[in-house]
Design a protein around this ligand. Structure first.
Ligand code: G6P
Length: 626
């Protein structure tokens, strides 16, 4: 939700700002803007709409200078207009500021500021922060004029004091980057609840919401923590706690390469990421299968074998697509480990107070590691003393850092807003956990080994599954004008029905509902007509013949049926109007294999309808507001 960039160094800032904003556009694309400092003045260019529009506008409203900040917005307060676009200016051109997050007390602050003569022009919560910083700076101005800095550290003393005072008045969340008319050689960045990193270059520094804009510029990264304020010049970084003194910052290695953030031969990131799945699924398993002990191994759980053995309940919490992988996990862990599992929407769990036994283990599942509800739910469980583990893709993200331990997906950056490769990797990690917990409980050595064998051939089977691309394109074109879809599956394939429906909704704006196949008799069957296709996920398994009966029921009412079936299926193919054949895999791996043609179906339907696949309307990849 909103992307932030900043640059200070020897080069024109605008080049990094624009490139960085393009890489962060997945975080929001309602409006965009930049502010640089040139000849002691701000150059601010901003516009409603995408970064491409900003680039156009910069042709007539250039932003020169070697220091600057930029923003791409996902609107929370106020519509996507030029006026509401960031950066916002505080006071008499005292500060230019970009913000990611939500300021909850902005109304009170706005009134107080107006009484002090600082008026907001936009409808945003952000402008209040800019005015507040300006007010705090102005109130210290006499000191700044008279004081002679005793040392370089003191040079920014009044600036830091003013920012500490301003931030202490904010309630809510923020990732902020600011530049100042009177300190034209410094960017100040601050975070509470919204991610922010600093890239360390040679005599230059970069600010960004995550590591992706830094790729190609530097592989040295500093992750800011909550309540930290960074004072960044071209040559130095100083990190200060909002309410305390200086804190040591660690420079870490950023492990992303250029090919991972570029499109290459693909038309869209979503398609690229779908096609990466043989490799990403492999990466999720790499080094984690131990044949000698017929189990899975994880490096970072940070819990003793005794603690793990005493777990008698697992809670999986997540949002969106990650929540669907949690459902898959529930089926897998209960089947192999016989541990009761509950799946909770993080947005519900954070405000609920469910009874939890002492030996409850929480997993927060999240691609970005920044989803605010997932973070809040995890913090609440942690506060209650439960061990919390993260299953996360983005290295160094807030959830990854705050969890007691965790498992990285190693899927590489996922840029398409609709999650694809992260989902299948999450499901693979779920299978590994099911194997692990199974093996410390009742699962035999032979059964463990069989699961390892089945997982080992999975990347090859996913490769084969991608052959469904042409057939899904044809089917998508056939039904792209329909306004409603049903997705039906049972047992392990029920979460796939939910995920298939979500993918279609997200990127093609076709209404779709996912249902347990047998439940459709209790309502959704009323929707069935010749213009409402039902997508059945019906590979061979314990409930195959039951789902075939549900297909009959739909056919009897004139509804078109698209069936995802095993390669050698003979029954479902007789009934279905259109068929997508996938390799036969054991039931617990079916959610991984069957999700892929449904990702492709959604992709091709969106293309057929002329939708912007990588930037679907109203959505953002990383939801850092409630
Ligand atoms: C947003 C994204 C989804 C994602 C969800 C949870 O809604 O558009 O693709 O599944 O957030 O995100 P997370 O990063 O926590 O997995």
């Amino acid at each position: 939700m909103c992307g932030i960039v900043g640059y200070i160094g020897p080069y024109q800032a605008i080049d990094f700002l624009i490139e960085g904003l393009r890489r962060l556009e997945y975080r929001g694309y309602d409006s965009s803007g930049v502010a640089t400092i040139h000849d002691g003045e701000f150059a601010v260019t901003k516009t409603a709409g995408r970064v491409d529009g900003l680039v156009e506008k910069l042709k007539t409203h250039p932003a020169p200078g070697s220091i600057g900040i930029g923003h791409t917005r996902w609107a929370t307060h106020g519509p996507a207009t030029d006026l509401n676009a960031h950066p916002h200016i505080g006071g008499d051109n005292v500060v230019a500021l970009v913000h990611n997050g939500v300021i909850e007390n902005f109304r009170e602050l706005k009134e107080q500021l107006a009484e002090r003569g600082y008026y907001c022009k936009s409808a945003t919560d952000t402008e209040v922060v800019a005015q507040l910083v300006a007010a705090e700076l102005d109130s210290r101005r006499p000191n700044t004029k008279t004081a002679v800095p005793a040392s370089v550290a003191d040079q920014y003393g009044p600036l830091i004091e003013a920012i500490q005072a301003a931030l202490a008045q904010l309630r809510g969340t923020y990732g902020l980057a600011m530049v100042f008319r009177d300190w034209p050689d410094v960017i100040v960045a601050a975070r509470l609840g919204s991610p922010l990193v600093i890239g360390v270059g040679d005599d230059e520094h970069f600010i960004a919401s995550d590591g992706s804009p830094l790729v190609g510029h530097t592989d040295r990264i500093v992750y800011l923590a909550d309540h930290e304020i960074a004072v960044v010049t071209a040559h130095s970084i100083r990190v200060i706690h909002r309410d305390e003194g200086d804190v040591r910052h660690n420079v870490k290695h950023l492990d992303i390469d250029t090919s991972q953030v570029e499109l290459g031969e693909f038309a869209h990131y979503m398609l690229k990421e779908i096609f990466e799945q043989p490799e990403t699924v492999q990466a999720a398993m790499r080094g984690r299968l131990n044949r000698d002990e017929a189990t899975a191994v994880f490096g970072g759980l940070n819990l003793t074998p005794q603690q793990l053995r005493s777990i008698d309940r697992i809670v999986l919490t997540a949002c969106g697509t990650s929540w669907h992988s949690a459902l898959v996990g529930e089926y897998m862990i209960e089947a192999f480990a016989r541990i009761p599992v509950e799946v909770e929407y993080a947005s519900e769990l954070r405000y609920r107070n469910p009874p939890m036994s002492n030996n409850t283990l929480l997993f927060a599942i999240t691609q970005s590691g920044e989803t605010i509800d997932t973070l809040a739910a995890m913090r609440e469980m942690k506060r209650k003393g439960h061990p919390t583990l993260a299953i996360c893709n983005v290295v160094g993200s807030t959830i990854a850092r705050e969890a007691d331990g965790g498992i990285y997906l190693h899927a590489g950056p996922e840029i398409g807003v609709a999650s694809t490769k992260a989902y299948t990797s999450q499901c693979v990690v779920m299978a590994l956990l099911a194997l692990y917990f199974g093996r410390i409980r009742h699962l035999s050595f032979e059964a463990g080994l069989r699961i390892i064998d089945e997982l080992t051939v999975l990347p090859r089977q996913i490769e084969e599954t991608l052959d469904t691309n042409d057939e899904t394109r044809r089917i998508a074109a056939k039904y792209a004008s329909c306004n409603n879809f049903l997705y039906l599956g049972r047992q392990f394939n029920f979460p796939t029905a939910l995920e298939g429906a979500l993918k279609l909704k997200e990127i093609s704006y076709i209404h779709a509902e996912g249902y347990p196949a047998a439940e459709m008799k209790h309502g959704p069957i009323a929707l069935v007509d010749e213009n409402t296709p039902s997508v059945f996920i019906v590979p061979q398994g314990g409930v195959y013949s039951k789902v075939i009966s549900n297909m009959e029921e739909i056919k009897a009412r004139g509804g078109p049926v698209i069936a995802v079936v095993d390669k050698d299926d003979s029954q479902a193919v007789e009934l279905a109007d259109d068929v997508i054949r996938v390799p036969a895999v054991p039931e617990f791996l079916q959610p991984i294999v069957t999700a892929i043609p449904l990702q492709l179906l959604a992709y091709h339907a969106a293309i057929a309808r002329g939708c912007d696949v990588d930037k679907p309307r109203n959505l953002a990849k990383s939801v850092t507001v409630e």
